[in-house]
Write a protein that binds this ligand. Structure first.
Ligand SMILES: Cc1cc2nc3c(=O)[nH]c(=O)nc-3n(C[C@H](O)[C@H](O)[C@H](O)COP(=O)(O)O)c2cc1C
Length: 200
């Protein structure tokens, strides 16, 4: 206790000194980055689309919370107009949807009731897609959203996927195990936020 007391005083003095010498913004910035680098927010702020997957199989214990994240997604008027279809990477169907897929991967097909015509359903399914994408990354898995194969899925695979009547696929999330990587250097660059954000 006696050892800690001077350290607290020193910290307070440094804080006062930093603020009075115009370093308040620097402190605020580092406080902000400490927040974005911690916990759930770190998964969101450091997400990236995985591309190098390894063959090891995704377990049911990993898959369950990821699907739960989809089920818990918000939707307009709480309609929950989605359906989630799990396709294992070693199923023949998986290779038709994503060529060269890794056997241990899982594809989750997010389909929506009336998604062909209802923009609100597409938005709800997009939110569920994002929840699934981020939940997988929160578990330390790699994930990637795909819409490129959607036309093929809807034209060729509705029946083999067992999509409910009136539902159309909106997006896929590929989930797999990855070698540990530095998320920020693995991600592509983003545009300068100055051009995206206004009013503050
Ligand atoms: C709506 C949507 C559709 C996408 N479709 C594809 C796709 O068909 N094929 C693919 O390889 N990546 C696809 N991606 C992944 C993007 O290319 C990736 O998220 C983007 O380049 C950012 O990558 P990063 O997060 O690693 O920086 C899609 C992403 C989104 C959000």
């Amino acid at each position: 206790m006696s050892g800690k007391f001077p350290a607290v005083i020193l910290a307070v003095c440094c804080l006062i000194s930093a603020c009075s010498s115009g370093k308040a913004n620097t402190l605020a910035a580092s406080a902000e980055s400490a927040v974005v680098n911690s916990g759930a927010l770190a998964t969101i702020t450091q997400n990236y689309a995985a591309s190098k997957f390894v063959a090891e199989r995704i377990t049911e214990d990993e898959l369950n919370p990821v699907l739960q994240a989809g089920v818990r997604s918000p939707s307009a008027r709480n309609r929950q107009p989605w359906h989630f279809t799990v396709v294992r990477g070693d199923a023949e169907l998986a290779g038709g949807i994503i060529p060269n897929i890794t056997a241990g991967n899982v594809i989750i097909v997010i389909s929506g009731e009336g998604a062909d015509t209802d923009k609100s359903v597409v938005l709800d399914c997009a939110l569920a897609t994002q929840n699934i994408y981020l939940a997988a990354q929160a578990l330390g898995l790699g994930s990637r959203i795909y819409t490129g194969p959607i036309d093929t899925v809807n034209a060729k695979y509705r029946e083999s996927l067992g999509l409910p009547g009136g539902y159309s696929a909106v997006a896929l999330v590929r989930i797999g195990r990855i070698e540990p990587v530095d998320a920020l250097s693995a991600a592509s660059s983003r545009k300068n936020p100055d051009g995206m954000i206004s009013g503050r």
